[in-house]
Write a protein that binds this ligand. Structure first.
Ligand code: S3P
Length: 437
C-alpha cells in the first residue's frame, strides 16, 4: 500500500533480457550521503542519488532538522552541511516510511543531539526489531524508549552525554555498526564495534572520504568522538542490490545478454556475484574503477545453465538483500540449493523466508522453508498469483521469475518497489521483460 493505492504487477511468460542499462543509485550510500553531508562542514554535492522513497525519507528528515538541501534533480543533490552540532529540533515526529536503514542509523546520530526526537514509520518498519540498536546505545548513555516489544516509535531523549563503548555485535549488521559509529562521533572516547562477519562498509569509507579518522582492522572498526567532518563530493554508483534482479533474470532467460553499467562492486556487497558464479552463471566485470572511495565496474551477464549449490555461509552477510532474487535462480537451477545461516531474512521488510517460500510453492516449486534458510529443488515454474507482502525485493524477484514460467505471473502489493527502484517497470520492460503495473 502506498497511501490508498495498491499496485499489481502482471508479467507475461518468456522473453530474454538484452541491451545496456543503468539501474538507480545505491540505497545504502544514498542514505549515508545525506546523513554525513548534513553533519559535515561545508557543501556536499551528490550525483547518482537514489530518488526512491527510502532515501527520500532520510532527505526529508534532515530538512525537517533545518538542513538546507537542494534537489534531488536527476540524481543531483546539494547538502549544505551544518556541522556535528548544527541540527535543529524537528517540529514533528520523523516519518521514515519503510526504511530500516533510516531508522537504525538515525537512532545513533540523534542519541547525541541536544534535542528530543521521535522516529516512526509504516506498519512493516514499526514491527521490526530495534533493541539491536537501542540496547548498545543505552550502554553509551543514550535514553531511547521503544514499545514493550522493542519496536518503534523510538522516543529519543536529547541532551544526554554519550560515552564510547567497545561493542561485540551478536549479529552481523551494517545498520547496527553504522548506528554505533554515528553515535560514537558524539561520544567521549574511542568507540569500537566488532563484527562477527564482514558487513557493508560504506559508512567507514564515507567518513574517511570526509577526512574523519576511522581505524579498520580484521573484524573491528573504531573512531574517536569529537572530530569534524569535511564536506566532499559523492558519486553514488548503481545499486548492486537493484542490479541483482537483472543478473538473475538474464542468467535464467535463454538468449539474454545484458550489460549493467557503473555498478557498485564493493567487496562487502558482491555476494550475489560470487553465489551466482558458483551456480554456473556467466558474469564478467569490465572497466573497473574507483569512484569517491567505492569500487565500480560494468557487469555483463549472459544466460547460462545454473546448478543448485550449498550457499557458503560466509557469503550470507555479503548478499543479505539478494536472497529473494537468488531463490528464483535456485528455482531455475538444476538440482537442489540449500541456504543456511540466514535467520536475519525473517526480520527484513517482510519475513523473506516465508513469503518467498509461499510464492515459490504457488508457482509449483518445491521450496521448503527452514528456521534459518530454505531448501529449493529446481524445476519448472508455472504461472500463478503471488503476494509480495509489500516487500519491494520480493515483488521484483517474482517479476523476473516470469522469464522462465509457463504462464503469466501476477504479483500483488507492489507499491513499495518505489522505495528502492523507482522506474523498475519501465527499465525492466526496456530490457525485455513483458511487465505491466
Ligand atoms: C543496510 C544493511 C543491511 C541491509 C539493508 C541496508 C545498510 O541490513 O539488509 O537493506 O544500509 O546498512 P542489516 O545491517 O540489518 O543486515
Amino acid at each position: 500500500m502506498k497511501g490508498q493505492q495498491t499496485i499489481r504487477f502482471q508479467v507475461q511468460p518468456g522473453g530474454s533480457l538484452r541491451g545496456r542499462i543503468r539501474v538507480p543509485g545505491d540505497k545504502s550510500i544514498s542514505h549515508r550521503s545525506i546523513m554525513l553531508g548534513s553533519i559535515a562542514e561545508g557543501t556536499t554535492g551528490i550525483s547518482g542519488f537514489l530518488e526512491g522513497e527510502d532515501s527520500l525519507a532520510t532527505l526529508k528528515a534532515f530538512r525537517a532538522m533545518g538542513v538546507q538541501i537542494e534537489g534531488p534533480d536527476n540524481g543531483r543533490v546539494v547538502v549544505h552541511g551544518v556541522g556535528l552540532h548544527g541540527l535543529r529540533e524537528p517540529l514533528h515526529p520523523l516519518d521514515l516510511g519503510n526504511s530500516g536503514t533510516s531508522m537504525r542509523l538515525l537512532s545513533g546520530l540523534l542519541a547525541g543531539q541536544g534535542f528530543d526526537t521521535e522516529l516512526v514509520g509504516d506498519s512493516s518498519l514499526m514491527s521490526r526489531p530495534m533493541r539491536r540498536v537501542t540496547g548498545p546505545l543505552a550502554q553509551m548513555g543514550a535514553e531511547i524508549a521503544t514499545t514493550d516489544a522493542g519496536t518503534a516509535p523510538l522516543k529519543i531523549r536529547g541532551g544526554r552525554r554519550l560515552r564510547a563503548i567497545d561493542y561485540q555485535m551478536p549479529v552481523a549488521s551494517a545498520q547496527v555498526k553504522s548506528c554505533l559509529l554515528l553515535a560514537g562521533l558524539y561520544a567521549d572516547g574511542r568507540t569500537c564495534v566488532h563484527e562477527p562477519a564482514p558487513t557493508r562498509d560504506h559508512t567507514e569509507r564515507m567518513l574517511k572520504g570526509m577526512a574523519y579518522a576511522v581505524s579498520c582492522s580484521a573484524g573491528v572498526v573504531c573512531l574517536d568522538g569529537g572530530g569534524r567532518l569535511a564536506a566532499a563530493s559523492i558519486d553514488v554508483p548503481a545499486d548492486i542490490s537493484s542490479a541483482a534482479f537483472f543478473l538473475v533474470g538474464a542468467s535464467i532467460a535463454p538468449g539474454s545478454d545484458l550489460l549493467l553499467e557503473h555498478v557498485g562492486v564493493n567487496p562487502t556487497r558482491t555476494g550475489i556475484l560470487e553465489i551466482l558464479k558458483l551456480m554456473g552463471a556467466d558474469i564478467e566485470l569490465s572497466n573497473p574503477r574507483e569512484v569517491g572511495g567505492e569500487p565500480v565496474a560494468d557487469v555483463r551477464v549472459r544466460s547460462a545453465p545454473l546448478r543448485g549449490i550449498d550457499i557458503p555461509v560466509e557469503q550470507v552477510p555479503l548478499a543479505i538483500d539478494e536472497f529473494p532474487a537468488l531463490f528464483i535462480a535456485a528455482a531455475c537451477a538444476d538440482g537442489r540449493t540449500l541456504l543456511t545461516g540466514a535467520e536475519e531474512l525473517r526480520v527484513k521488510e517482510s519475513d523473506r523466508i516465508q513469503v518467498m517460500a509461499d510464492g515459490l510453492q504457488a508457482l509449483g516449486v518445491a521450496a521448503q522453508p527452514t528456521p534459518d534458510g530454505m531448501l529449493i529443488h529446481g524445476g519448472p515454474l508455472t504461472g500463478g498469483s503471488v503476494n509480495s507482502h509489500g516487500d519491494h525485493r520480493i515483488a521484483m524477484s517474482f517479476a523476473m521469475a516470469a522469464l522462465r514460467a509457463s504462464g503469466p505471473i501476477g504479483i500483488d502489493d507492489c507499491a513499495n518497489v518505489d522505495t528502492s527502484f523507482p522506474g523498475f517497470v519501465e527499465l525492466a520492460g526496456r530490457a525485455g521483460l513483458a511487465i505491466e503495473a
